[in-house]
Design a protein around this ligand. Structure first.
Ligand code: MIG
Length: 727
């Protein structure tokens, strides 16, 4: 074991010779070797080719992190397995979802963070087997481990994020509303959906193409029967304000004459059997090979395939099935069929009957199938199970790097289903196949901050729920939460009820129009917060206890902070006309009915029952903070940001840095962005407004709405030109 100190907060332990996962990027040379083992809060055990960490929890210990996972924000009481899994039923007993996010924060007298840089399975038993024991079992003995200490939960997260590197930045239009469904099957259906948004005057920036746009589910092909003149469709849609976002699956269909397949075979870019023939599994296209994304050449090859679509005007993608999902392997299916044949004439007893049905039921993503194939890593064959959690990561990295090579200065929308730590540098994620269940609104909220802690900032859930049928109320309430998420996308599964904003009754259409317009009005703030978080390795969503020290804040896990000014406390129970909220300090509640309407009410610190009608979105503005809003339009590109409304809840002094840029290029990395520094001081009922607008060329009008702790409201209009001013 080697131990090094990276900085005053971060220690690095190496066991054996770990694979370089590239989850973290930092100056490894600068880390200083330590001669002796420092005193650590946890105990270490190494046996049977495993590394195990054990920590004794007190009654008050809380554990945060673990990214995309089930249960509440405090992970205590659960058993979790990091092993990227395509599990479409997110019930509380499940141990793995699509991501492997091995970062956790132990909130105790002396808080600490741990990141386990290991690409195989890791088990986190957080007081599940024994209520006071946190046990982390790493299924291997070659691992890098990072320990973070000397700071608050927020500081420890930032220290970890600092080692990971800057998070992915999507184009600004990706903050617009997005509509998806599995599938809009034809050109006509896409045009009808776009027409629905236009007819009902509901803003929308993107419409999704699920697997049926492809020819026989072959990546980088188009089914021209269903989508004639595809490129023209892409252009027409763009003229109407909609971008089309196609899905890309991990598996490559085996089909003679299909160029991607043939080239992959020729160059040896697919995962292999032990006999070094390409491994075969079945997914949507039928039999496929999996590209070996761990091979840098294969990665570049696959990434450049996206050009087929970008050449036709496509600006964004979602990568799916990249855990990778396996429907079945040939031999496992053969065994199941054989068992069925053998059973045919028999009088099956209970055990043999279940053996038979299970042999079919367990075909899907069978754990043993992940041990059947190999990658080429540094010239050697490496078993997939050992690096499983890097697969989706490297597929997404392939896409990101390919897109960057295709068009170096352009930002593309890109998000993935499977993920691991480090992937946040390349793309976002969506949280996969949830259900149209009320419980999943809460789950969505609880996952968001943990996903951010792992460095993935661009994220959101299938709003309205993927599987099962949604009713209007669910879609509305869910949207009232998702309007705070960077990725605000309504998506539903095959054979479920339509759940587009205009798929229900007129009243619902009107409410959804208001909710989505509200989202657009928040984009100046949401984008500003996103960009600041991305550029400073900061957080966009946070649990209350990351900002407030009091006990109730650390117990609150159905409310979250959105950027530095807002708190969201959505209604997530059916038929509820309100909910309980906890306020760690006085806040201004805006019960937004629409951009233009809704009561403003100052709420005192403490617990409250808050009435919220179905048409109302509750938005909390923290004390001495500001919310910058713009005028909504039918899409992000059409928004006129020369007039901004700034809602300020002010006790004595509020400051805000409003960030903006061109939203499409990488120019911000070279300093091409603007910041307006706003400061409002309230003294004896008088306001001073200070504006510092160093780099902004545009003239802007700021409509300042100032609300004091008594709820007294004043309005000011400030015209901002280049330079500093006060008013
Ligand atoms: O096995 O492409 O999570 O969003 O609609 C299902 C069809 C495959 C799973 C994705 C979902 C998508 C669906 N896909």
């Amino acid at each position: 074991m080697e131990i090094r100190r990276i900085d005053h907060q971060s220690l690095w332990f190496t066991f054996g010779t770990p694979l370089q996962t590239e989850s973290l990027l930092f100056d490894r040379e600068a880390a200083k070797p330590l001669a002796a083992m420092p005193t650590m809060p946890w105990e270490l055990k190494m046996a049977d080719h495993r590394v195990q960490l054990r920590y004794r929890m007190t009654e008050n210990t809380r554990v945060f992190g673990l990214g995309e996972n089930l249960r509440g924000m405090n992970k205590r009481g659960g058993l979790y397995e990091s092993f990227c899994t395509d599990d479409p039923i997110h019930t509380p007993g499940k141990k793995s979802l699509y991501g492997a996010h091995n970062f956790l924060l132990v909130d105790d007298q002396e808080p600490f963070g741990l990141f386990i840089d290991f690409p195989g399975k890791v088990v986190f038993d957080i007081g599940f087997s024994e209520h006071d024991q946190l046990v982390i079992t790493i299924t291997g003995s070659d691992v890098d481990l990072f320990h973070f200490a000397n700071g608050t939960l927020k500081e420890l997260t930032l220290a970890f994020r600092h080692l990971m590197g800057e998070s992915y930045v999507p184009p600004k239009w990706a903050f617009g509303f997005q509509q998806s469904r599995w599938s809009y099957n034809t050109r006509q259906e896409i045009e009808a959906v776009a027409g629905g948004f236009l007819k009902h005057q509901i803003p929308c920036d993107a419409i999704y193409l699920d697997i049926d746009y492809m020819e026989r589910y072959k990546d980088f092909t188009i089914d021209y029967h269903a989508f004639p003149h595809f490129q023209q469709l892409v252009e027409e849609m763009k003229e109407q304000g909609f971008r089309l976002i196609p899905i890309i699956d991990a598996g490559v269909r085996i089909e003679d004459g299909y160029a991607v397949y043939e080239e992959g075979i020729e160059k040896g870019y697919f995962c292999l059997n032990p006999d070094e023939k390409p491994f075969v599994a079945a997914v949507w296209p039928g039999k496929v090979h999996y590209p070996d994304f761990l091979n840098p050449e294969a990665r570049r090859w696959f990434g450049l395939q996206y050009k087929v679509l970008t050449d036709m005007g496509i600006d964004g993608f979602w990568n799916d099935m990249n855990e990778p999902s396996i429907f079945y392997t040939e031999d496992r299916l053969r065994d199941a069929i054989q068992l069925a044949k053998d059973s045919e004439e028999k009088n099956l007893d209970i055990d043999t009957f279940f053996l038979l049905t299970d042999s079919f039921k367990t075909l899907f993503n069978h754990p043993a199938d992940y041990q059947k194939f190999y990658h080429q890593v540094n010239g050697e064959l490496m078993n997939h199970a050992k690096i499983h959690n890097l697969y989706g990561f490297n597929m997404t990295r392939a896409a990101a790097e390919g897109l960057q090579e295709i068009d170096p200065d352009r930002r593309f929308l890109l998000f993935s289903r499977a993920s691991a730590v480090g992937q946040g540098r390349f793309a976002g994620i969506w949280t996969g196949d949830n259900h149209s269940w009320w419980e999943h609104i809460l789950l969505n909220l609880q996952m968001m901050p943990a996903i951010n802690q792992c460095g993935i900032l661009y994220t959101g859930a299938d709003t309205g729920g993927f599987s099962d049928d949604a009713n209007a109320q669910l879609v509305i309430r869910w949207s009232q939460f998702s309007l705070f998420a960077p990725l605000f996308r309504n998506h539903a599964a095959l054979n479920t009820r339509n759940q587009e904003p205009f798929a229900f009754d007129n009243k619902t259409t009107e409410t959804m129009r208001n909710v989505i317009r509200l989202r657009y009005s928040l984009i100046p703030y949401l984008y500003s917060e996103y960009m600041k978080a991305a550029r400073s390795n900061g957080l966009y969503f946070m649990p209350l206890c990351f900002e407030y020290d009091d006990e109730p804040s650390s117990l609150t896990d159905d409310q979250i902070l959105v950027g530095e000014s807002l708190m969201s406390a959505p209604v997530y129970r059916e038929n509820a006309r309100g909910r309980y909220v906890y306020l760690p300090e006085p806040m201004l509640l805006w019960r937004a009915v629409s951009v233009e309407e809704g009561d403003l009410e100052v709420m005192s610190a403490g617990y409250h029952h808050m009435p919220v009608e179905l048409v109302e979105t509750p938005i909390f503005i923290r004390r001495n903070r500001m919310l910058v809003m713009g005028k909504p339009a039918m899409n992000v590109g059409e928004m006129d940001l020369s007039i901004l409304t700034v809602l300020v809840f002010i006790d004595d002094q509020a400051e805000y840095v409003y960030y903006d840029d061109d939203g499409i290029s990488r120019g911000y990395q070279r300093g091409a962005y603007s910041e307006i520094h706003l400061k409002v001081v309230r003294r004896r009922g008088e306001y001073d407004i200070l504006v510092d607008n160093r780099d902004n060329e545009q003239v802007k009008t700021l409509r300042m709405i100032l609300v004091d702790p008594e709820g007294l409201r004043e309005e000011r209009e400030v015209t901002v030109r280049k330079g500093s001013m006060s008013g």
